[in-house]
Write a protein that binds this ligand. Sequence first.
Ligand SMILES: Cc1ncc(COP(=O)(O)O)c(C=O)c1O
Length: 476
Amino acid sequence: MSEQLLRYEQLASELAGMVESGVLSRGDRLPSVRRLSRERRLSVSTVLQALHQLEDRGLVEARPQSGYFVRQAKTSHAEPQLRSTPEAPMPVDISQRLVRVLQAGTRPGVAPLAAALPASELLPVAALNRLYAGVVRRHPELLSGGSHINMDEPALVRQLVRRSLAWGGPVAAEEFIITNSCTESLGLCLRAVTKPGDTVAVESPAYYLMLQLLETLGLKALEIPTDPRTGMSLDALELATRQGRVAACLLVSNGSNPLGCVMPDERKRLFATLTAARGVAVIEDDIYGDLHLGNERPWPIKAYDKTGNVLLCSSFSKSLSPSLRIGFVAAGRYRSAVALHKTISSGGTNPITQHVLAEYLESGAYDRHLRTLRRAYERQVEAMRLAVSRYFPAATRIAQPQGGYVLWVELPEAFDTTLLYEQAIAENLAYVPGELFSPSGMYRNCLRLNCGNPHTPEIEDAVRRLGAIFSRPQIK
Ligand SMILES: Cc1ncc(COP(=O)(O)O)c(C=O)c1O
């Protein structure tokens, strides 16, 4: 074992040395696994271990069917800046406009730059289909279950507990509730910790579906300034929660949507302490936690929760398939309230899908898949940043996401992305206008682009044509 360890580490360090000294430069292809194995008299698995280590250090990347390449340096570009937000909470009214944008964005022939959906070729669809067939064959009893109420499959909960070790865990099995999606998880948590009329603190800009949930539940949103690199401002939250009028805080601390920021660990720790002391429940959406673009999986705020005040929500929609419709909540001390809402909203979660997911996670395939998927998302986000910097107006600011696969773009002030959306969609180009990420209608000069698809010449052309729309003279 120790010799094996030494051999792969030695190969990794030799290859790293070649990159660092410039013998291998950015974009160069590394010798193939088979060639390295033959020439260095190492087993294929030892070579792969070395390459995985280099991948984790961000030095090389695997490209499907092509081999390993030295990674390109990230482009640098002016980034959006922290903005101040209205001080008063306000009702939300974005749903109707949003539905129109999302529906138009998925029409056949429209470039897929609006909804944050991954390309199906990046997902292990064939493996999941095989698992479905196997589970149905091996467990015919699943469809004859007497009760569907709160049927959380112990095998899946066990896998989630195991995964929680990487969230600074472990989270106790008793905390978990399996749901039909992250959206369902967020809705259940909001119902459990608020009542109509309450105020919920949100990031600014915030994920529009969170705003829609507040809208439909009759909750008010308080926008908290959010740094495009480091996330929600703790100072602003501290100020906003002094009077005891904020019931909950709803945020994506790892790879926020749309900024892609990751809150630093120390701020997460202080955040957990402050919200617990102020009696503000934290609903944390960690859907992009496994899709970090840096080397380490960031911990959620939940890792620093000592009082059960954090409800962690997630799903496998972004990493395995949006069609699985399976998610979960680790609900802390609110577990029984969340479970009650789950029972009265949808009873339970499809047992076949729970088994499929449990088997997929148990096989170890998920971590291998994530490694490839993260690199693909990273490449796609970077290619989109490059394309935007090539075709959009010169003073455009572009976010540098640390997680997820959406890109936030800030045009100069004179632009109105809501007005321009009509021109874009008429030309079969989609995006999500910035104002839909803010209950007060901020960010009218911003937009969000989906980078969930491989950056094909068609996508490049769509960004070029969007850039041409944004280069026409502006009449406000
Ligand atoms: C931050 C965030 N949460 C939740 C969701 C929705 O997840 P699900 O499909 O599991 O409801 C999305 C999808 O875009 C998202 O970006």
